[in-house]
Design a protein around this ligand. Structure first.
Ligand code: CP
Length: 311
């Protein structure tokens, strides 16, 4: 992999909002190279040899955590992992003290998931190491949006002009916000769809259409990115029951057959099977859910490589 691949405009990956279109395209082209690398028999490159990365997860994760760790190992970085539940955070240590102690062990880069929106932005003002946001509350999840856009590009070619629906629990979703920023920058038409209680009132100000009608939205879109109902973030009841939600907003084979067109089905995971998607749709021919996960490793390799080699 050539070291002369261009530069990101930023030292951190805190969110999509502040990235330039050139940054997005640079990450995608670098990820395409890394995707080729990780499909070789020898999947490892020395690009981040002598770089030490700490993965700090203050919230649960399967995909993002393993994907970052695998990306770091494929790049030959040294990796340390931290879980809030088994750390001294439970003894009252602050976030900044925790991170400064980890950095004093000569760590170069921080990957962090945290339940507080803005936690990565806060840290970026206090420390020198590069930070990659692995999801901060209901704020942003930039690498998810990048891997989603990369996966959409593989399906539709140019994202510009394509119609992409984001369906479900928009109000609690960092994936929705990062996807909206990313897809709008790339020139897509974006629509959000879900029950009125799960759609932020002023979301149209981000340049997206709003619909409460799933069938109409499926007729409109080329790609449906279906989000998980985040019951763990819902302090009040936003809809009467899971059964009613899935009746009006769950995607099943019957509604896709009624709409009668090819729609790419995406989901960031974890899926509530039978709620947002039935299994025949999640595992069906239109689903690219596992391709999204595969692409996540290449996207995270690209983001870390570009941040680490930035001068
Ligand atoms: N998509 C996603 O962020 O999944 P995890 O919560 O398992 O990391």
């Amino acid at each position: 992999m050539s070291e002369n691949v261009g530069q990101l405009s930023t030292k951190h990956l805190l969110g999509i909002k502040d990235l330039l279109v050139e940054d997005l395209e640079l990450i995608f082209s670098t990820a395409r190279n890394f995707k080729e690398v990780i499909n070789r028999p020898v999947k490892k490159v020395p690009s981040l040899r002598d770089v030490t990365v700490a993965n700090l997860f203050f919230e649960n994760s399967t995909r993002t955590r393993m994907s970052f760790e695998l990306a770091e190992k494929r790049l030959s970085a040294d990796v340390i992992n931290f879980s809030a539940s088994s750390s001294s955070v439970s003894k009252g240590e602050t976030l900044l003290d925790t991170v400064n102690n980890i950095l004093s062990m000569k760590v170069d880069m921080i990957v962090m998931r945290h339940p507080a929106p803005g936690a990565c932005v806060y840290l970026s003002k206090k420390i020198n190491a590069s930070i990659l946001n692995a999801g901060d509350g209901a704020h942003e999840h930039p690498t998810q949006a990048l891997l989603d856009a990369f996966s959409i590009k593989e399906q539709v070619g140019d994202i510009k002009g394509s119609r992409i629906a984001i369906i479900g629990d928009i109000i609690h979703s960092r994936v929705a916000l990062s996807n909206i920023f990313c897809l709008k920058k790339l020139g897509a038409h974006v629509r959000v769809c879900g029950p009125p209680t799960l759609i932020p009132r002023y979301i149209h100000e981000l340049g997206v259409e709003v619909s409460y009608d799933l069938e109409d939205t499926l007729r409109w879109c080329d790609v449906a990115n279906v989000l998980r109902i985040q019951l763990e973030r819902q302090k009040i009841k936003y809809f009467p029951s899971i059964r009613e939600y899935s009746r009006y907003y769950g995607i099943n084979r019957q509604i896709l057959e009624k709409v009668g067109k090819n729609i790419v089905i995406m989901h960031p995971g974890p899926i509530n099977r039978g709620v947002e998607l039935t299994s025949d749709v999640a595992d069906g021919p239109a689903s690219i859910i596992l391709q999204q996960v595969e692409n996540g490793v290449a996207i995270r390799m690209a983001a870390m490589f570009l941040l680490a080699t930035r001068v």
